[in-house]
Design a protein around this ligand. Structure first.
Ligand SMILES: [Mg+2]
Length: 380
């Protein structure tokens, strides 16, 4: 469909370095800034769409520089001059450029394409996405409020407990703990136990290992020992390629749900995980999957398997976070939502943080993403 006859006329790419309120530590190191890339797509009828690539060498396999090169090159070529309303034809064209572009770069242009199309129709992005899912086989009724969790980076158990308690006092009923010490899984068990003692019995605790434990045997021991702290789930305990290990952990410690995260780069990956019985929950990250269209395809696999999902984040500014929140509102499998980037950034090109009240996010009701970057981020 190309209802208006509008075509895409340009893609503008702007790399940004945004400071965190507090340094953020995961297994792979400590980060003080978010390296992210904004994309502005213009159409012949004047409609603008925004997107974001938040790459991570260890997860999406891309550097910010590689994202800029792909967006300026093969991805701009894939969309400029094409009909702006035909999201599927644009998606195919973006997929065809995949050899020269990583998933975060593809996600950026895919988000911008969807944002522009929704703005042209005058509807919020979640409504636009939901219509597309319904047209493809049917799912859910939309919501306009979402509950998000805060993340606590890996540190000494007492430091993590203090941070978790701060988030609970600020109105969060769920916290996510980054663990994954390859040398000392017992320390990770202690981290979760000390946080549980600090926050009390009613707060939800998500545990993310980020592939940190070296073997499935180590992970079985750790997850079994963590069970008494009652985590909501344990995310990606072992290497992303070790699907048999994931399945084994799930078989040996059935009382703790296992989430696949880094292991899921596509709907096909998720299909393999379903076939092996390797996870209870899947973390759908727009940046790793390569965009909203790919996330909708993965959601369909999850729904068919009766699997719940989480809409996760690489940590993104207001643009990428808004895309994730709209997606979470539209998809049927979603049980958990992250998208806490706007709360973690001291610098953000958009103002999505205004939509967060404690753990509740009320989506902006304007067309498209409902968020537009503001100065000093100017574009010609
Ligand atoms: Mg994760």
């Amino acid at each position: 469909m190309n209802a208006t006859g509008a075509t895409i006329t340009s893609v503008t790419v702007v790399p940004m370095r945004l400071r965190f309120h507090e340094p953020f530590a995961v297994t792979s190191g400590v980060r003080t800034h978010l390296e992210t890339v904004l994309v502005r797509l213009t159409s012949s009828d004047g409609t603008v769409g925004w997107g974001e690539a938040s790459p991570d060498e260890g997860v999406t396999g891309e550097s910010p520089t590689a994202c800029v090169e792909a967006l300026d090159g093969v991805l701009a070529e894939a969309v400029v001059g094409r009909g702006a309303d035909d999201v599927d034809a644009l998606g195919s064209s973006i997929d065809d450029a995949a050899g020269g572009a990583g998933p975060a770069a593809r996600a950026a242009v895919d988000i911008a394409v969807h944002d522009a199309a929704a703005r042209r129709r005058g509807v919020p992005l979640w409504r636009f996405l939901e219509d597309r899912i319904v047209a493809g086989g049917g799912t859910r009724v939309g919501r306009d409020h979402l509950q998000v969790s805060r993340v606590v980076s890996m540190d000494d158990p007492e430091v993590m407990a203090a941070r978790a308690a701060t988030h609970v006092r600020a109105g969060f009923s769920t916290v996510k703990l980054k663990v994954g010490d390859p040398e000392d899984w017992r320390r990770d068990v202690e981290r979760v136990a000390v946080v549980r003692a600090a926050v009390g019995p009613d707060v939800g605790i998500k545990v993310d290992v980020n592939q940190g434990w070296r073997t499935a045997e180590m992970a079985v021991a750790a997850v079994a020992a963590m069970a008494e702290s009652r985590p909501l789930f344990v995310e990606q305990p072992v290497d992303r390629r070790d699907l048999a290990g994931l399945a084994e952990i799930r078989r040996q410690v059935p009382q703790v749900p296992i989430m696949a995260d880094e292991a899921v780069g596509s709907a096909e990956d998720l299909g393999r995980i379903v076939a092996l019985g390797a996870a209870d929950i899947v973390n759908l990250k727009v940046m790793r999957l390569g965009g909203l269209r790919a996330a909708i395809a993965a959601d369909a696999v999850a729904v068919a398997a009766g699997m719940r999902s989480q809409i996760g984040t690489m940590i993104e500014s207001s643009i990428g976070s808004a895309a994730g929140l709209h997606l979470a509102t539209a998809l049927a499998s979603v049980a958990f939502v992250e998208m806490g980037g706007p709360l973690m950034l001291a610098e953000d090109p958009g103002d999505l943080a205004r939509c967060y009240r404690g753990e509740t996010v009320t989506l902006p009701d304007g067309p498209g993403l409902g968020v537009t970057p503001r100065p000093p981020f100017r574009f010609s």
